[in-house]
Design a protein around this ligand. Structure first.
Ligand SMILES: [Zn+2]
Length: 294
């Protein structure tokens, strides 16, 4: 695993290096982590020419910008991503505009990806197997966090790379945090989590951040957390409660959030994103404004 450390932010964006007969990366980090990614690959002694694939879980800019900037150094690597994302990877201008609109200053922390030549892009079709010699990676379409999201499952070791379908994980606190952009499709996300549970994985490799055991239990905890957040946030809005009241209620009802709140508040990315994470749960029909004192 390489920590891409955008702007020095540690333990937030992981890039996983798989080494079978062929080498591959899962995720490509953000553009601002490109140099760090390159250094990391050299440090662990990966011959960049041997990298055959870069498997991207979805096209949000923190998941492939880094690899896009150093693709010339990996002349034999093809980039695999959901078919719906490929045109944006070939021409990221529109994606970048949307990222700035949704993420604000967080987009600048990640940086703008470079276009990837079309001939180097491969669509990640559901069920497809990517053979690395002694590793078999299965593509699982897991929509919800984004309409262009896939997860990767290494079948021989039971290793799951869920991208953001399983939320974010803070190892030191053993806490899970929702990864829910404002455009989340919650029903699809529940279906996707169920799909991952049915694989019965052993180890879960979070992009945000790091490996963790008890994969099935963690997936179940995340599904439960999403239910708590969804019901709590919408209940608060019906009662016209403000943002601070929503946070207080979530802390009452979700032990993970209670444990992680201070960490989230101080985190340069998650702290800035918290309001938009909450926005993701607001069901259609509500005016999407969260009343706010602050
Ligand atoms: Zn992400």
């Amino acid at each position: 695993m390489i920590d891409a450390k955008p702007f020095g932010i540690e333990n937030f964006t992981a890039v996983y290096v798989l080494r079978g007969e062929k080498a591959a990366l899962i995720e490509g980090g953000p553009a601002s982590g490109a140099e760090r990614l390159l250094t990391g690959l050299r440090e662990i002694g990966v011959d960049l020419k041997e990298i055959a694939y870069i498997m991207v879980t979805h096209i949000h800019v923190d998941h492939w910008g880094g690899a896009s900037l150093i693709l010339d150094e990996m002349p034999n690597a093809k980039v695999i991503a959901h078919p719906k994302g490929l045109t944006h990877m070939a021409n990221p201008d529109k994606l970048w505009e949307q990222s700035k609109a949704v993420l604000g200053e967080v987009a600048d922390i990640f940086g703008k990806p470079a276009p990837i030549p079309v001939e180097r892009l491969i669509p990640a079709e559901d069920g497809m197997i990517i053979n690395l010699g002694d590793m078999e990676i299965q593509v699982i379409e897991t929509l919800g966090h984004a309409p262009h999201h896939v997860s990767y499952y290494e079948r021989l070791s039971g290793s799951l790379f869920p991208g953001e379908t399983a939320g974010m994980h803070v190892k030191d606190l053993n806490a899970i945090i929702p990864a829910t952009p404002p455009v989340i499709i919650l029903e699809k996300l529940f279906e996707s989590i169920d799909k991952l549970i049915r694989l019965n994985p052993e180890i879960i490799y979070y992009t945000h951040f790091g490996p963790a055991d008890n994969a099935v239990e963690k997936l179940n905890v995340y599904a439960k957390q999403l239910r708590i957040w969804s019901s709590t946030i919408n209940e608060c809005l019906r009662n016209n409660e403000d943002y601070d009241a929503i946070l207080a209620r979530l802390m009452e009802r979700d032990p993970n959030f209670k444990v992680a709140f201070e960490y989230i508040r101080k985190h340069p990315v998650i702290g800035r994103a918290l309001k938009s994470i909450i926005q993701g749960f607001i069901v259609n029909g509500f005016s999407c404004k969260i009343p706010s004192k602050s």
